[in-house]
Write a protein that binds this ligand. Structure first.
Ligand code: ZN
Length: 317
């Protein structure tokens, strides 16, 4: 009987789940909507029921499951697997590890969602097993995960590796969802890119393919690829700050791989080339020489695969 790890990526709208072999191969994956009603009180029971139902449908038994690794959208206390706060789920000081263990009877490891995505990319994705890795995900926000010596840096409050909230504009920067101003997230997220493009469009009458259309991060990169001068300026500004942030973060841990994921990373080579050029300018030369900047390869599977890695390390497999 093949034994499986369970990887779960708990998000504010959907929960991705997968049965995964000890070698990191996805056997079966599926997703369910996340029921955030009544402060998310049914989320864990819902996950446990979906696990049982899916297992039954596949003709499997509970004895086949080894352990669960779950990523949640908020900072996590390492020892207890308690979620300090997850605004999207309505949870505050929620004992996720204990609740999910009670509901499923399986050992559970909990981590932050960006951290498990980083672990997934390290194990089976663009990280190629690198023991020193930075992961940054550029989506609606900017998430980060730092792996040093093969382990996630969680820090004293579960807030380690928050590359998205490095202050890039010391004074007068745009407001961030975290309460500060000038965070990397206000610049290099899809939202930040749209804001910067809007400012540049409003500041002059210069012609641009972006005028009159729906300005999205994708539209900015698409226009830049055709040589649109204004769009290229936006890309240049965004990647300069991103390269600077990654250089400063890399100077702390001297990573082998810097993995860029999230929706914005679909811009591909243009993004990587611009970021890498700025990174090399700002990083300590020995750090720059040791680091390779690459695109994430696991897409939406990074979280469940990283969850499985966490589950595997929990049981010492
Ligand atoms: Zn912030």
């Amino acid at each position: 009987m093949e034994q499986w790890l369970v990887g779960i990526d708990l998000g504010g709208t959907t929960t991705k789940m997968a049965f995964i072999t000890e070698d990191g191969i996805i056997v079966h994956k599926w997703e369910i909507p996340t029921d955030t009603s009544n402060r998310g009180e049914r989320i864990v029971a819902h996950i446990a029921r979906s696990l049982d139902e899916t297992l039954a449908r596949l003709g499997g038994t509970k004895e086949q499951l080894l352990a669960i690794g779950i990523g949640a959208p908020g900072p996590v206390q390492e020892e207890t697997g308690m979620l300090y706060e997850a605004v999207n789920l309505g949870w505050k000081h929620y004992p996720l590890k204990r609740q999910l263990e009670e509901e499923t009877g399986l050992p559970v490891a909990v981590d932050n969602d960006a951290n498990i995505a980083a672990l997934g990319e390290m194990w089976k994705g663009a990280g190629g097993g690198a023991r020193h890795l930075l992961f940054v995900t550029l989506g609606t926000g900017v998430g980060g995960g730092v792996i040093a010596n093969g382990a996630i840096v969680r820090g004293t409050n579960g807030a380690g590796g928050e590359i998205g909230h490095m202050t890039m504009v010391a004074d007068g920067g745009a407001p961030c969802n975290c309460g500060k101003t000038g965070c990397l997230e206000t610049i290099a997220s899809a939202t930040g890119i749209v804001r910067i493009a809007g400012e540049k469009l409003a500041a002059s009458e210069r012609p641009s393919a972006l005028r009159g259309g729906d300005v999205t991060a994708k539209a900015v990169f698409d226009a830049a690829k055709t040589g649109d001068a204004l769009a290229l300026e936006v890309v240049e500004e965004v990647t300069r700050y991103l390269g600077l942030a990654l250089a400063n973060a890399a100077n702390v841990t001297n990573p082998e791989k810097i993995v860029i994921g999230g929706g914005v990373s679909k811009a591909g080579a243009l993004l990587v080339e611009h970021v890498a050029a700025h990174f090399r300018r700002y990083a300590f030369p020995r750090v720059a020489a040791g680091a390779e900047i690459v695109l994430a390869t696991l897409g939406n599977d990074a979280g469940v695969i990283g969850g499985a890695w966490l589950a595997k390390s929990l049981i010492g497999a």
